[in-house]
Design a binder for this molecule. Structure first.
Ligand code: BG6
Ligand code: MG
Length: 219
């Protein structure tokens, strides 16, 4: 594909960066884990950020007192996804995180292209429900990838679809795995969250509210 001459592009993670669905993931996994009698808390949950559904389940099952067959694993993952999708049916624009809309508005005003790159297979539904889908020219999600973060695949596909080189991209991430994926893609990375989680990023903020678009593209 011929690449456009763009000085900057921004690639956003979705859950925990643009929308609050990271909390819904936690609640759904918690319900599943409690039902199975498996210890699971917010500390363990941080390790699930950015990683695929089945890899997330594998991390939770590290705390289980017995082994689970692949059939059982499929059942637990389906169970969690059903709880999660029922919760997604009730979300709307109210789940968009502070600063997200202002950031997208600012990038539009500057003519900077942007994309969503998520490990979630539910990204399309979330973008529809929150009204963000129409704003996104490029969405790469869990259905498009074979390797989840910290592999850089999702971000490299996003850059390709935006028609820009990885080196001009700034990744915005709330996950340790996502920060690693952005770095591995050869991109600049803005971490959103506590330094102990996203401190390997080039710059760290608590929320998108704390950074203007002219600073964001220069991270
Ligand atoms: C990521 C979340 O966006 O999507 C992870 O940060 C989640 O926690 C992953 O496991 C997969 O999500 P889904 O919706 O495909 O189960
Ligand atoms: Mg995230």
């Amino acid at each position: 594909m011929e690449r456009a001459m763009s000085a900057h592009a921004v690639i956003f993670d979705l859950d925990g960066v643009l929308v609050t669905t990271d909390e819904l993931h936690y609640c759904a996994w918690k319900q599943m884990a409690d039902r199975e009698g498996i210890f699971f808390d917010r500390e363990v949950n941080h390790r699930l950020r950015g990683v695929s559904r089945m890899e997330s389940l594998a991390i939770i099952l590290e705390g289980a007192s017995r082994g689970y067959s692949s059939v059982e694993r499929e059942r637990l993952a389906d169970e969690k996804n059903a709880i999660y999708r029922a919760a997604l049916e009730r979300i709307g624009a109210g789940e968009i995180l502070p600063g997200a809309v202002e950031t997208l508005d600012g990038l539009d005003a500057m003519g900077v292209p942007y994309a969503v790159a998520s490990s979630s297979r539910n990204a399309g539904l979330i973008l529809e429900r929150t009204g963000l889908r129409a704003r996104m020219s490029v969405v790469v999600d869990g259905n498009d990838i074979t390797r989840s973060k910290p592999d850089p695949q999702v971000f490299l596909i996003a850059a390709e679809r935006l028609g820009v080189e990885p080196g001009v991209c700034v990744v915005v991430e709330d996950a340790e795995s996502g920060v690693e994926a952005g770095l591995a893609a050869g991109m600049r990375v803005l971490g959103v969250g506590p330094p102990e989680r996203v401190g390997r990023a080039h710059r760290v903020v608590g929320s998108l509210r704390e950074i203007g678009v002219s600073e964001l593209v220069e991270v």
